[in-house]
Design a protein around this ligand. Structure first.
Ligand SMILES: Cc1ncc(COP(=O)(O)O)c(C=O)c1O
Length: 479
């Protein structure tokens, strides 16, 4: 069994075998008579589009390759540099074994379920809040699935979670009926910041359903959390390393390394622990489902991202935690940010034993402005170059991942202050309009001549502008 991640910092933590092999291989080759014309920029050297290729892909074009000879490796059944890189990743995350995937966790979930659902009518207990890839794969495998519906516990953030009793009652009832579940599937960490305490859930499950052994935890958003002691304790693989009780579970955890580590898009990890035969089934399942043209740069980025987290991960996560706290505390204290609140980071009592809010994900409620959260999101993007993805009717989700820097957090606060000041500050004096003020589209005046330009008028102008309309000011014709 591997040691927990925090005891493992050694000289080998800076080993990056696959990244090194890729660099060495591409430096040693003059030409390839196989495929991939773009490799070494060969096919674009004299192209009119060379500058665009270079601007987008830079030196990456030199290292992309299809070579599988030493020191590189074969992808599906590796035994050289890739095997070593996967072994180092398994150690870093505390898994029995790890598989690299270059086509996203969408595929990793299919691969995991191919390995775990080995015959039709396998009985599965599944969180309905999981990613579509899980629903599709279970349906394709003709599994007998019982879904549990997450309950919304915060209307503003729309955060939702399964209650522990929902999970345990289903599992215990199936056991009593003599038809226990073969597999439990949970979304371990949501993008909204809902985190299950997987060791706590498995401890309770071991008692409620002694026959249940297979567990799939989608940790698409959670690879980072293995590298800080305050967050690692709730992860899927930590469960395996804590109590002997968990040793009886076969656990598979899938992670989009690209979502939370310094890895290229689509870089994904499948970790497993438990029965050694599970590792073999996962490799065969990857063989069936993965493209036969894995992206070598994505593989190298997985190797480097793991090494970076072993070397610097704790500090990076510490910075994320600090910046999220800084933003939350400033919003709570600064009157220039009184239009915003951070949605409660606590969970209701009924969830407190097995659910936490991810401290790196703030849900920001917009309540004191004339515009709502969707318009604020647009303003932040179009006028302040700050991008936020998740948006509910009232709130924005701010994800303080390891690529968010102190300057970014301060720029966000400045932008929010500026927006609040513009949208709340009263006009200096009472002004009567002498013009029509008409946004187009739709071409309906906000103000006609003779009307007062009040605070609400300014807010409405701001809102329609941010929605993409142009404002036309048309003087009243003299009589
Ligand atoms: C919970 C969850 N699982 C899986 C995926 C799919 O991951 P990928 O984008 O790496 O294919 C996502 C994507 O957002 C997700 O949120």
């Amino acid at each position: 069994m591997s040691e927990p991640a925090d005891q493992r910092l050694s000289a080998s933590s800076v080993e990056t075998p696959f990244a090194d092999a890729l660099l060495a291989t591409s430096a040693a080759i003059r030409a390839s008579f196989h495929a991939l014309p773009i490799s070494r920029r060969s096919s674009i050297r004299t192209s009119a589009l060379a500058a665009s290729f270079d601007a987008l892909f830079g030196s990456g074009l030199y290292t992309e390759t299809t070579i599988t000879a030493p020191p590189l490796d074969t992808f599906f059944f590796p035994h050289r540099s890739l095997a070593r890189a996967e072994e180092l990743a398994a150690r870093a995350f505390g898994a029995t074994g790890t598989l690299f995937v270059t086509v996203g966790t969408t595929a990793s979930n299919q691969i995991a379920l191919e390995a775990l659902v080995t015959k039709p009518d396998v009985r599965v207990l599944a969180d309905k809040g999981t990613h579509q890839s899980i629903h599709f794969a279970l349906s394709d495998k003709h599994a007998a699935v019982d879904y549990i519906e997450p309950r919304v516990f915060c209307e503003d953030s729309e955060r939702a979670a399964l209650t522990l009793s929902d999970i345990l009652d289903h599992a215990a009832a199936a056991e009593r009926a003599g038809a226990p579940y073969d597999l439990l599937v949970l979304n371990g960490q949501s993008y909204d910041g809902v985190v299950y305490d997987i060791p706590a859930i498995l401890t309770a499950l071991a008692e409620a359903s002694p026959s249940l052994t297979n567990i799939l935890i989608d940790e698409a958003w959670g690879a980072w959390s293995y590298f800080h002691e305050s967050t690692r304790i709730r992860t899927a693989l930590h469960a395996r390393n804590t109590t002997p009780l968990h040793a009886r579970f076969n656990i598979v955890a899938t992670q989009s390394a690209h979502k939370s580590l310094s890895a290229l898009r689509q870089a994904s990890l499948i970790h497993y622990s438990g029965d050694p035969a599970l590792g073999e089934r996962l490799r065969l399942a990857r063989y069936r489902h993965h493209t036969t043209s894995p992206n070598y740069q994505i593989l190298a980025s997985l190797d480097l991202a793991r090494a970076q987290m072993e070397l610097e991960g704790r500090e990076l996560v510490e910075r994320s935690l600090r910046l999220a706290r800084l933003v939350a505390d400033t919003i709570a204290a600064d009157p220039a940010l009184s239009a915003f609140t951070v949605n409660d980071a606590a969970v209701p009592e009924a969830l407190a034993g097995h659910v936490r809010i991810d401290p790196t994900k703030l849900s920001l409620k917009v309540s004191g402005l004339s515009i709502g959260a969707p318009e604020l999101r647009e303003l932040l993007h179009s006028q302040h170059a700050l991008y936020v993805n998740r948006c509910t009717r009232t709130s924005l989700l701010l994800n303080f991942h390891i690529g968010v820097l102190e300057d970014d957090a301060l720029a966000l606060l400045d932008a929010l202050r500026a927006i609040q000041q513009r949208l709340l500050s009263p006009p200096a004096e009472r002004r009567i309009s002498t013009s029509f003020i008409i946004p187009y589209p739709p071409g309906v005046p906000i103000i006609v001549p003779g009307e007062e330009i009040g605070k609400d008028t300014l807010r409405r102008i701001e809102a329609v502008q941010s929605a993409g309309a142009r404002i036309y000011t048309i003087e009243n014709r003299p009589r």
